[in-house]
Write a protein of this length. Structure first.
Lengths: 283, 322
C-alpha cells in the first residue's frame, strides 16, 4: 500500500468532508455530525493503516478488514471507500436513493464493495469483528481486524458481552476504536446516560487501552493507530479511545449533537463548502 | 394402537432429537474442517460436548451472552467458517432477533442457528422456556431457511445436510425422548416434503415431534376406514408448495400439525398456500394463542390438543367440510 504524506491525507480529508455534506444535502437526510468527526480516522485507516485491496473479496483473506458498528456514519465510509478505489465516486450521488447500492446504513444486500456486514442497529459490530478475528486465527491469516463504535453506542448491552468475550478468547488481532465525541441524538452523553470512565471500564474488562487525544489531527490519529498495532499479538485485544469533535471542519456544525442526523439547507451547504477545499474533484 | 401402525414406521428405540443434532454435528465436524461451534453455556443440553472434545480449537464457549454469540458467528463466516450456534430455542430466536435479522439474515451469512428445547415438550421448565413463536419469527426473515426434523435420525441427517447449504438456517429440535421411526440412512433434502404414507381422504402435514403423532393418527383413522396421507414437512421454509398442492388436489382437505403457535407456524404457511392456489378445508393443530406451562411432555401435548387423538378429530372435521 502506497503511503501518503500528512499534507496529502489532509487534502483527502477536505474532499471527504465535501462529499459528506454534499451527499447528505443531496437527499436531505443522513448523519453528517459524526461522519465529519471521524473523517481523519477513516482517511488514516484506508489511506495509511490498512493492508487492503480495493478489488474487494468478502473473506478479506490475507488483508486487514474493517467493520463499522455505528452504521449511521455511513457517509464518511462511503466517501472513503469510493476515494480509495472500491467504486466510482460518481456513485455517491445515489446515496439513500431508490435502486442504489449506497443504502442509508451499510448493507451487503446490494453487493457494495467494501461492506462485509450490515450495521445500523447499534451494538453488534464488535461481536462481528471478534468472529472475523477468530476466523483469521483459525485460518492462520496474519491480517488485523478493525472495528469502530460510537460512544453513545456503549450504552448497548451487547457491547459489554463482546468486551468480555474478546480478552477471554485472547483475541489479539483486533483493534476496536470508540469515537468519543460525547454527543448522542438527544444531547451530551453525560446527560443522556453517563459513560463515566471508559478507559477504566475497558481496562477492567481485560483490554489494552490507548487514547488518541486529538482525533481530528491526522498525525495523532496515525500515531494512535500505529501504537495500537504495536500492541497486537500479546494475548489481548486493543481498544483505542479516539477523542473527536462532532461536526469537525465546518464552523456551524462543530461540537454539537444538533447535526447528528439532519441535513444542511442550500445556503448552509454553500457556507460549508466555502470552508472545505475541493482537492480531488467533487463527484 | 401401535400394533396397527404402518409397518414402515414402527420403532424399537426412543431418543431425544437433540442427540441427533449432537451426533450429526460431530460427524459433520469430521467431514468439513470449516465447521465450527459456538455455545452459550449449554454444551451438555445441546449435546455439543463430543465436538468440543474432538475439535477444541474450533469450538467457542461464549458464556451466557446469546446476542454476542450470534454476532461472533456472523463474523466467523467472513473467512469461510461455517458456524453452528447452540442454545435453547427461545434464546436462539426471540432473545436475539435483532442480531439475527441484521447481522445474519439481512447480511446473508452462512450461520446455522441450532435450537434445542423448542415447544411444549421441553416440559417441566414451563412457559418461560417453551418457545412456541420461533418458527414464525424465523420464517418471516428473508434469506432464512427453517427446518424442524421429526426424530433422532432425521435430526442427524438434517444437521449434516445444512452444512452443505449456503446461507442462514434455523434448525429446531427438542428435549424429550421420542420414537425413532425414520430410517438411519435417509437422504435429507432441504425444501423437499416427504410423503411417508399414501392416502386418499385427507392430507396430514406435520412437522417436528408431531410427525410421530400423525403416523399414529393415520393408523387410528385406518381402523375407521379413513385413508390419510401423511406428509413430513421437515422444511417449513422454503415450503414444498408443489407437494402440498398435489396432495390436497387428490384428497380435497388438509390438517396441519405442529408444536407451535397457530399464528405464524407451519399451518399458517399451508393456509396461505391453499388460499392463494386451490382453496380447500384446512384444520390446524397447534397452540391457540396461549403460553404453555410446567408438566410432562405427554401431559402437555394432551392438554394443549397436540396429540394423535386430536389429529384424528381434526381430520374428521376437515373431511366433513369438504
Amino acid at each position: 500500500m502506497e503511503k501518503h504524506s500528512i499534507a496529502h491525507l489532509e487534502d483527502i480529508c477536505s474532499q471527504v468532508r465535501r462529499d459528506i455534506v454534499r451527499m447528505v444535502h443531496g437527499v436531505q437526510s443522513g448523519h453528517p455530525g459524526a461522519s465529519l468527526g471521524c473523517t481523519e480516522f477513516f482517511v488514516s485507516l484506508y489511506f495509511h493503516q490498512l493492508n487492503h485491496n480495493s478489488d474487494f473479496n468478502m473473506d478479506g483473506t490475507g488483508e486487514d478488514i474493517f467493520f463499522l458498528s455505528n452504521g449511521h456514519i455511513s457517509p464518511v465510509w462511503y466517501s472513503v471507500l469510493a476515494r480509495s478505489g472500491y467504486f466510482d465516486p460518481k456513485e455517491l450521488t445515489t446515496f439513500r436513493k431508490i435502486n442504489s447500492r449506497i443504502q442509508g446504513h451499510p448493507a451487503t444486500e446490494e453487493n457494495l464493495p467494501g461492506i462485509r456486514i450490515a450495521s445500523g442497529s447499534l451494538g453488534q459490530g464488535l461481536s462481528v469483528a471478534i468472529g472475523a478475528a477468530l476466523a483469521k486465527r483459525l485460518n492462520n491469516d496474519k491480517g488485523t481486524v478493525y472495528a469502530l463504535m460510537g460512544d453513545g453506542e456503549q450504552q448497548e448491552g451487547q457491547v459489554w458481552e463482546a468486551a468480555m468475550a474478546a480478552p477471554h478468547h485472547k483475541v489479539d488481532n483486533l483493534i476496536a476504536t470508540i469515537d468519543v465525541n460525547r454527543q448522542q441524538i438527544d444531547g451530551p452523553t453525560d446527560l443522556i446516560m453517563n459513560l463515566l470512565d471508559l478507559k477504566a471500564k475497558w481496562e477492567a474488562f481485560g483490554w489494552e487501552v490507548i487514547e488518541t487525544k486529538k482525533g481530528n489531527n491526522i498525525t495523532d490519529v496515525i500515531a494512535g493507530l500505529e501504537k495500537a498495532k504495536s500492541l497486537l499479538g500479546k494475548g489481548k485485544p486493543v481498544l483505542n479511545l479516539l477523542h473527536t469533535e462532532m461536526g469537525y471542519g465546518i464552523d456551524f456544525m462543530v461540537g454539537t449533537h444538533k447535526w447528528h442526523g439532519i441535513a444542511p439547507s442550500d445556503e448552509q451547504l454553500a457556507t460549508a463548502l466555502n470552508q472545505l477545499e475541493e482537492t480531488l474533484g467533487d463527484y | 394402537m401401535e400394533k396397527t401402525l404402518d409397518t414402515k414406521y414402527t420403532y424399537t428405540e426412543k431418543k431425544d432429537t437433540r442427540s441427533g443434532f449432537g451426533d450429526g454435528f460431530l460427524e459433520v465436524g469430521r467431514k468439513n474442517p470449516n465447521v465450527v461451534g459456538l455455545c452459550a453455556d449449554l454444551i451438555g443440553s445441546l449435546k455439543m460436548g463430543a465436538f468440543q472434545k474432538e475439535f477444541p480449537d474450533r469450538f467457542f464457549q461464549i458464556g451466557i451472552a446469546e446476542a454476542n454469540m450470534m454476532g461472533i458467528a456472523a463474523g466467523l463466516t467472513i473467512g469461510g467458517k461455517i458456524p453452528f450456534t447452540g442454545t435453547f430455542a427461545n434464546f436462539s430466536t426471540g432473545r436475539v432477533y435483532d442480531q439475527i435479522r441484521q447481522s445474519i439474515a439481512y447480511s446473508d451469512k452462512n450461520v446455522k442457528i441450532c435450537a434445542s428445547h423448542a415447544g411444549l415438550t421441553l416440559g417441566e421448565d414451563g412457559a418461560t422456556h417453551q418457545i412456541l413463536e420461533d418458527v414464525g419469527m424465523m420464517k418471516m426473515l428473508p434469506h432464512m431457511t427453517v427446518i424442524n426434523p421429526c426424530d433422532y435420525n432425521q435430526t442427524k441427517a438434517a444437521t449434516i445436510a445444512i452444512a452443505d447449504h449456503e446461507g442462514p438456517v434455523y434448525l429446531r429440535f427438542g428435549r424429550p425422548s421420542w420414537p425413532i421411526f425414520t430410517p438411519v440412512d435417509q437422504k435429507f433434502e432441504i425444501g423437499k416434503a416427504w410423503k411417508m404414507i399414501e392416502g386418499t381422504d385427507v392430507s396430514i402435514f406435520a412437522t417436528g415431534h408431531l410427525v410421530w403423532e400423525a403416523v399414529v393418527a393415520e393408523a387410528m383413522l385406518r381402523e375407521e376406514g379413513i385413508s390419510a396421507e401423511v406428509i413430513n414437512i421437515h422444511t417449513i421454509k422454503p415450503l414444498d408448495t408443489e407437494a402440498i398442492l398435489a396432495s390436497v388436489a387428490k384428497t380435497g382437505c388438509a390438517v396441519s400439525a405442529e408444536e407451535h403457535q397457530l399464528n405464524g407456524g407451519l399451518g399458517d404457511s399451508i393456509a396461505q398456500t391453499l388460499s392463494r392456489n386451490q382453496p380447500a378445508p384446512l384444520e390446524m393443530i397447534g397452540v391457540d394463542d396461549s403460553f404453555g406451562e410446567s408438566g410432562t411432555p405427554t401431559d402437555l401435548l394432551e392438554k394443549y390438543g397436540l396429540n394423535a387423538e386430536n389429529i384424528v378429530k381434526a381430520v374428521k372435521k376437515a373431511i366433513a367440510r369438504k
